[in-house]
Design a protein around this ligand. Structure first.
Ligand code: PMP
Length: 342
């Protein structure tokens, strides 16, 4: 695969901004190179633009080499950067499964790139062939999300592999919810498929949505491109320090996942008992998609009780559905009690 050929011409030729700290690597006793204020340590200094301490810890936890990792301001940053790197506005297009996470489409609109949707089947699955049929010579990216939001299921691994082997552009596989899934990440396939980009996040299993830290795993070539076009100091020092602390305490994340999976089972069992509930879709994530007779009414009934779920009534294939995140046992109990009163 020729990544250079896929790139937008202006990005291929771009001379990136060079940070003061790019010139000098290592430790010095006096820093007068970046027009910082010498007072108010440690907040006075620009953070490491390539976040090596965080990446080295991610390598230990996830077994992905640091040079294959890009870090951004949430996963939303690499989603946007992939458009900016590869998609010529008004010329190129992308293909995505439908329904899925909304930001792929929003970023396509922002970047003036055609967004082509391929509806999932009744089991919320796709075939590589149906996505390939929607592509043309100008298709640069295909968006997959597994486990998928808002459906909750994991996508068929055989079809993902088939797509990786037959599509000439980049396949982005968003694994935001992978820590809750029964099958593992595709990160072990990175060296096999140079067109694979995996997205993960600190916002879900890691309990750190507030710090805004997203990860992209890909070939060193693709990571180099994302680093070339990102804002120089895109991950601030507070986020980097908090991520280091979380990664050093990865057992806590594992324990949360275990608890949430057990709670998910209880929540599904209890929801099944409610006459209101028509169907609960199988889930591999920390949420469940639930079909009810009137999703709008259920949503507003819960809002009135100060309980917020996600109304997916207008989303393709999700008519009549609400998406419910697994909370603490107390939160889930409160939800169930209010649903019983509906
Ligand atoms: N991908 C998916 C599938 C998501 O559901 C979300 C958040 N809801 C994100 C990415 C965004 O993650 P982040 O907070 O890292 O921007």
């Amino acid at each position: 695969m020729n990544i250079d050929k896929l790139l937008r011409t202006n990005i291929r030729e771009l001379q990136p901004y060079s940070c003061a700290r790019d010139e000098f690597k290592g430790e010095a006793s006096v820093y007068l190179d970046a027009n910082e204020n010498p007072y108010n340590a440690p907040f006075n200094r620009y953070p490491d633009p390539l976040q090596w301490e965080v990446k080295d810890l991610i390598t230990k936890v996830k077994n992905v080499p640091a040079e294959n990792i890009f870090l951004g301001n949430g996963s939303d940053e690499p989603i946007d950067l992939l458009y900016r790197a590869f998609c010529e506005p008004r010329i190129d297009n992308v293909v995505a499964i439908e329904p899925t996470y909304g930001m792929y489409k929003v970023c396509a609109s922002i970047n003036d790139v055609e967004y082509r949707k391929v509806l999932l089947d009744e089991n919320f699955q796709f075939t590589a062939d149906s996505l390939l049929a929607a592509t043309n010579l100008y298709t640069k990216l295909i968006w997959l999300c597994s486990p998928n939001n808002p459906t909750g299921n994991s996508l068929d691994r055989k079809e993902i592999v088939k797509l990786l082997t037959s599509f000439e552009g980049i396949v982005v596989l968003d694994e935001a919810y992978i820590d809750f899934a029964s099958e593992g990440s595709f990160s072990g396939f990175l060296s096999q498929y140079p067109n694979l980009v995996i997205l993960q996040t600190f916002s879900k299993a890691w309990g750190s949505a507030a710090i805004r830290l997203g990860m992209a795993f890909a070939s060193t070539e693709i990571i180099g491109i994302l680093n070339k076009i990102k804002y120089p100091y895109n991950v601030n020092i507070l986020t980097q320090k908090q991520a280091v602390a979380s990664l050093k305490n990865a057992d806590q994340t594992k324990a949360w996942v275990k608890t949430l999976l057990a709670e998910r089972t209880v929540l599904v069992q209890e929801l099944e008992k409610l006459p209101l509930v028509q169907h609960i879709y199988p889930t591999d994530a920390n949420f469940v998609l639930v079909k009810v007779p009137d999703a709008n009414a259920v949503y507003h009934h819960l809002v009135d009780k100060s309980i917020i779920v996600r109304n997916r009534n207008t989303v393709s294939l999700c008519m009549g559905c609400v998406r419910i995140t697994v909370g603490t046992p107390e939160e889930n109990k409160t939800l169930l009690e209010e649903l019983k009163k509906f």
